[in-house]
Ligand binder design. Structure first.
Ligand SMILES: Nc1nc2c(ncn2[C@@H]2O[C@H](COP(=O)(O)OP(=O)(O)OP(=O)(O)O)[C@@H](O)[C@H]2O)c(=O)[nH]1
Length: 406
């Protein structure tokens, strides 16, 4: 029993002695610095992340990973000197494209090369005092040389011969009027050239742009967006040319200049899926018109032509495509007609955009295209500038070709 008492006393002494040692230590611990709400955040760097640059805009602060409380209290980071936020560059102002009305008249001088054939050449020949068979042949050659096409040329010359005979004596003004009438008639002024760009209810109109490589599709898409915006429509563009990386970039630039959204996919993405997403987005954002740019393709590449048909079918899951525009390079002349024919078989082309008319003396291709395809030319490209695209209008076009009139 005595032993038990002695053991208990010793245990008590030991416990009290231990406490005496621990308590002073606890008291010696430095106080934890208070965390004030104004403390700057701790910026953690990700591996490979560049350290913040002094004076650079405030970096995005990564949330520190949820870790165990550090054994050592976090060091107090000295408050960063107040750095003036650098001036944010102003967003580029959205341009106001010029209205489409009157563009053909404004751009008439761009047809100068064709004007040499039609205006100076043909009018000169027809104004001769006496038009013999040789002169008629020269007239025919000029028209064929200007890509009017043999059929149309024969028809135009026959009518001109007939009418000049009936007219007898003729002034330069009479000759000009006759030629103008025949050219306008050959351009089939009764064709419907309106661009179907108006939404149906809440569904935007869908315009697909197709054609061979380098014809000017992407440029034309951008220019059409400007025409539509100038005329009061809202527009979204789909960059379904996923072959050429620069095409999506190009379209994005066109879009940003006029505040039009551009839907694009990764390089090499399925063009049909990008086109589908673009129309879906257009429906969600309730724009008036969705323009779909497609990759250039050669008409003799069966796989690529099939793909174009697929793009159209997939887009049509949202509703019908309102307009399929074939972009043709006017400088390719009669070759372009064969390309055009194949495209019409695959995608039911509803209108033609004839680009680069400023770079050719063969403005007569407009007549040949319409006659051969039975499809109206709706727009013409007359330069590389953003507003160098004009709605096609036969009377104004002929006036411009002949280099006279308004
Ligand atoms: N002079 C002139 N150049 C034009 C006209 N339209 C387009 N271009 C030029 O033609 C070139 C080709 O245009 P793009 O729009 O890139 O052609 P694309 O059909 O999209 O080309 P791919 O995607 O390779 O098939 C560019 O340099 C354009 O500026 C026009 O009406 N006149």
């Amino acid at each position: 029993m005595d032993y038990v008492v002695v053991a208990l006393v010793m245990l008590g002494v030991l416990v009290l002695g231990g406490l005496g040692l621990v308590v002073p230590r606890l008291r010696r611990r430095p106080p934890v610095p208070p965390v004030t709400p104004s403390s700057p955040p701790v910026v953690t760097e990700r591996p490979g992340q560049a350290p913040p640059v002094a004076g650079a805009p405030t970096p995005v602060v990564d949330a520190p990973p949820a870790a165990e409380a550090p054994a050592v209290p976090a060091p107090v980071v000295p408050a960063a000197p107040a750095v003036e936020a650098p001036a944010v560059p102003e967003a580029p102002a959205v341009e106001r494209p010029e209205p489409s009305a009157g563009r053909l008249v404004r751009l008439r001088a761009r047809l100068s090369r064709s004007q040499n054939v039609f205006g100076k050449g043909l009018l000169g020949l027809l104004s001769r005092d006496h038009i013999d068979d040789d002169t008629w042949e020269e007239i025919e050659d000029s028209l064929i040389g200007a890509d009017v096409g043999i059929e149309a040329t024969t028809a135009i010359v026959e009518r001109l011969r007939e009418r000049t005979r009936v007219l007898g004596t003729k002034t330069a003004a009479d000759v000009r009027a006759l030629l103008a009438e025949e050219l306008v008639a050959a351009l089939e002024p009764g064709m419907d050239r309106t661009l179907r760009s108006a939404p149906t209810g809440d569904t935007p109109a869908v315009i697909m742009v197709v054609g061979v490589n380098g014809a000017g599709k992407t440029t034309t898409c951008g220019k059409i967006a400007r025409v539509l915006i100038a005329d009061g429509r809202t527009v979204l563009m789909g960059a379904a040319d996923t072959f050429r990386a620069a095409a999506a970039e190009q379209l994005a630039t066109w879009g940003s200049r006029v505040g039009a959204e551009v839907v694009r996919g990764p390089e090499g993405a399925d063009p049909a899926s990008v086109a589908f997403d673009a129309v879906k987005r257009g429906i969600e954002t309730r724009v008036d018109t969705v323009l779909v740019d497609t990759a250039g393709r050669l008409q003799n590449k069966v796989g690529l032509m099939d793909e174009l048909g697929k793009v159209k079918r997939v887009v049509e899951k949202h509703g019908p495509v309102d307009e399929t525009l074939l972009v043709l390079d006017a400088t390719t002349g009669q070759n372009g007609l064969e390309q055009a024919r194949v495209f019409t078989e695959v995608v039911d082309v509803t209108g033609v955009v004839l680009t680069k008319l400023d770079g050719t003396a063969k403005g007569g291709i407009v007549i040949a295209v319409q006659r051969k395809l039975g499809i109206p030319v709706k727009l013409v490209g007359l330069g590389e500038g953003p507003d160098d695209l004009a709605p096609f209008e036969p009377v104004q076009f002929v006036d411009a070709l002949l280099g006279t009139g308004a």
